[in-house]
Design a protein around this ligand. Structure first.
Ligand SMILES: N[C@@H](CC=O)C(=O)O
Length: 305
C-alpha cells in the first residue's frame, strides 16, 4: 500500500447528518454549522458528511456538492473531513470526488454503484478509475447490505493494492472479516470500523478509527471511550462507557438509523430537522424509549420522581 494520506485519519470520525429545514425542502446551513462547532468542541477527530447518515441519496446534485463544501469550510482545517461519495455511474463518482478534492476534503469515502451489484473485476475497475482521477486518499465503503457486493478479507486487501485505496470502512457487520484484516493485512489496507455495535470489538482489535453515526449524538462519550480504549488502555473505564454506547448503538440499529440519529439530536436540544422521505420520523414510542436510554446514559437529565 502506498499511502496518499496527508492528515491522520484516526479516532472518532463522526458520520454526520445533513440538517434540513423543518419541511425538509432545503439544507439548513446554520444548523449544519452549529453541528460542526459542537462536534469540534467535543474533541471528535474527523467528520464524514454525505454518507448513509448524511442521506446522500436524497440530495440534489447541487445540494450534494454544497453540503461537502459547507462541512469542509466549517471544519476549517481543525479536523479532517472525509466526503462520502456515492453515485450510480463511474463518471458520477469521479465528478463528485473531484469536486470534493477541489473544495478541500481530506479524503473520500467511496461506495460502489449500488443498483446493479458489481462483480470483483468490475469493482476494481471502478475503484481504479475514481482513484486515478483524484490525488486524495479513498476509504472503500464496504456496505454489502446496500450494494450487494460481499467481499472476503483477501479481496478487500487486494483493493488496498490499488493506488489511492488506502482505507476500508467496514459496515458489513461481519466481525470475522474485520478481525482477519486487522490481524494480518494492515500492511495492504487500513481498516476502520463502521458498524456501530462492533465498535468496541473493532477498536480493541486495532481499527485505526470508527466511522460512527452514534457519536454525533453523544460525541463526548464516544471521544472518552476512544481515549480510554485506544490511548490509555484503560479497559475498566472503556467497558463502563461502552455499556451506554452499546445500548445507544443497539437501539439505533434496531430502528431506522437516520431517523433515530435525527430524533436523538432533537432530544438533546441540537435539532437538525427531519430526515427526508422516504424515511419517516421515528414513531413516538421509539422516541420515548430513546429518551429513556439517553437519560440512563446521563446525556439527558433524569425525570424528577
Ligand atoms: N455507515 C454509517 C455510519 C455508521 O455509524 C454512515 O456512513 O453514515
Amino acid at each position: 500500500m502506498s499511502s496518499r494520506t496527508k492528515k491522520d485519519l484516526r479516532g472518532i470520525l463522526v458520520a454526520v447528518t445533513t440538517p434540513f429545514t423543518e419541511d425538509g425542502s432545503a439544507v439548513d446551513e446554520a444548523a449544519l454549522q452549529r453541528q460542526v462547532e459542537r462536534l469540534v468542541s467535543a474533541g471528535v477527530h474527523g467528520l464524514v458528511p454525505t454518507g448513509t447518515t448524511g442521506e446522500f441519496t436524497t440530495l440534489s446534485a447541487a445540494e450534494y456538492r454544497r453540503v461537502i463544501e459547507l462541512y469542509v469550510k466549517g471544519a476549517d482545517g481543525r479536523i479532517p473531513v472525509v466526503a462520502g461519495i456515492g453515485a450510480l455511474s463511474t463518471q458520477g463518482a469521479i465528478e463528485l470526488s473531484q469536486h470534493a478534492e477541489t473544495v478541500g476534503a481530506d479524503a473520500v469515502m467511496l461506495v460502489p454503484p449500488f443498483y446493479d451489484p458489481l462483480d470483483f473485476t468490475t469493482l476494481k475497475s471502478f475503484l481504479s478509475a475514481v482513484a486515478g482521477s483524484i490525488s486524495i486518499p479513498i476509504v472503500y465503503y464496504n456496505v454489502p447490505g446496500a450494494t450487494g457486493v460481499k467481499l472476503g478479507a483477501e479481496e478487500i486487501a487486494e483493493l488496498g493494492d490499488i493506488d489511492g485505496i488506502d482505507y476500508l470502512k467496514d459496515t458489513s457487520g461481519d466481525a470475522v472479516t474485520l478481525a482477519d484484516l486487522l490481524a494480518s493485512r494492515t500492511d495492504r489496507i487500513k481498516a476502520f470500523n463502521g458498524w456501530d455495535t462492533l465498535t468496541f470489538f473493532g477498536i480493541a482489535s486495532g481499527a485505526e478509527a470508527s466511522v460512527w453515526g452514534t457519536a454525533g449524538v453523544v460525541p463526548e462519550l464516544a471521544v472518552e471511550f476512544w481515549e480510554a480504549l485506544a490511548e490509555k488502555k484503560d479497559l475498566d473505564r472503556a467497558r463502563e462507557l461502552w455499556k451506554h454506547l452499546w445500548t445507544i448503538s443497539d437501539f439505533l440499529e434496531s430502528v431506522n438509523y437516520v431517523a433515530g440519529i435525527k430524533a436523538g439530536l432533537e432530544l438533546i436540544g441540537e435539532p437538525v430537522g427531519p430526515a427526508r422521505l422516504p424515511i419517516l420520523p421515528l414513531p413516538a414510542e421509539d422516541r420515548e424509549r430513546f429518551a429513556g436510554i439517553l437519560r440512563n446514559a446521563g446525556v439527558l437529565p433524569a425525570v424528577a420522581a
